[in-house]
Design a binder for this molecule. Sequence first.
Ligand code: PHE
Length: 472
Amino acid sequence: MAGARGTWNSSFGFIMAAVGSAVGLGNLVRFPRELAENGGAAFLFVYLILLLLVGLPAILGEMSIGKMTQMSPVNAFRKLGGEHGKKWAVIGVAGMLAAMFVLFFYTVMTGWTLRFFLGGITGAWFDDPSGYYGDIAYGPATIFWHLLVSIITVYIVSRGISGGIEKVTVIIIPALFAILIGIVLYAAFQPGAIDGYKELFDPDFSELTPNNIAAATGQVFFSLSLGQGAMLTYASYMDKKQSVSKDGTTIALADTGVALMAGMMVFPVLAFTGLLASNDPAVQEALGGSFGTAFIALPNAFVAMGDVMGRIVGTVFFLGLFFAALSSAISLMEVPTSVLIDRFELPRWKSAVLIGLITYSFGVVSSINETWFTLYDEIAINVFIVLGVAFTTFFAGWVAKGVGKELDSGLRSRVGVYIVWLMRTVTPVAILAVFFFGGLFGTGADGGIEFWANDAGWNRLWRELKLGFGFE
Ligand code: PHE
């Protein structure tokens, strides 16, 4: 179907779709959890520095590759790679696989948000929020919700860029922002909320180990949807007149804004409902562990708000969470779908269904087994994505021709050379340093930094791998 790649209808549509990709469970579930786990404001501080030095050049590099070629990831790397294009195309293949890997658990989690939203309407989780999460998180019923989300995602992607993705995101993303701003403001006016801000903005720099810095890097990349061709693919449908520098910065700002809003919602809400200070071991554990902040602690807080208010705020929150997750899942699905369309000339709907079938099948495992869920999550974020960003940025800086010019187009000042310089030096070096040191070192038993400590990234990953395959 030559010429049928599709384009965005408007630049607003593109921004909404791309912000929809960036803003997701990463911002609203993962970010508050990482904050709570890695030293609060100290983590935030590192996060913002990494965003500027590493995240921003990386998103601009990825978008430039997409916009310059107007191709899906594999073809794009191939074209810009010149005579070694075939080898460079591996980055695109890896990115496409990474996107599918993320989908293996992402649609499962999107299913949780849908169930919490519907459960808010019916009041299903009001008697026992912690028990509800335990009931729905993993199990045969979860497979059904994962299937439903997969079908919705495939359907939207199969309708195309402007006819499907853009149509949906221009509605749900503004709605999401309205919901978040509403809850942040509501929380701000409750007595006791102040303790939440204190917790959020009080840095504990002693918690800044290499491992936590690595966690912040992974979080920046995951949150900006980098390293797996999502931003590249979306940018490939941009109008030639749009500016990568402007739009990329807008997307990064909106994404960071939402992460901050998530913090300014979660912490005050937990504070004014008394949960932050509560001694309830279940709540304290939920605050520290995996997805408990969003799916256990917050629902408990909603219940504590009382019957009417709690029900309204809780239901609306999970609707927003569903919108955020769905728009990200759509972008993840679009990456491999676009590759099949471009490379094998399959019709869009066939490609989407095929990819949906694959990601659904692997996701069945993470629907019923938490170990595998965690494994997909850790491998995708700590290995695939980090390496994907390092190679993509290196490629944009050193191999691809014309990135600087692309970054200057539509701007009055010449910023391209500086950004390309970052892409060539600081960004890849920082990523690889974090990848190796963060993976090898962690907090030892005495609290100091130790080689191959128990919480060191690769040691943890290795343990989980053995667990996943049943060797432990
Ligand atoms: N950025 C999304 C989030 O924060 C996740 C995502 C990663 C989406 C990669 C697309 C590509 O939840």
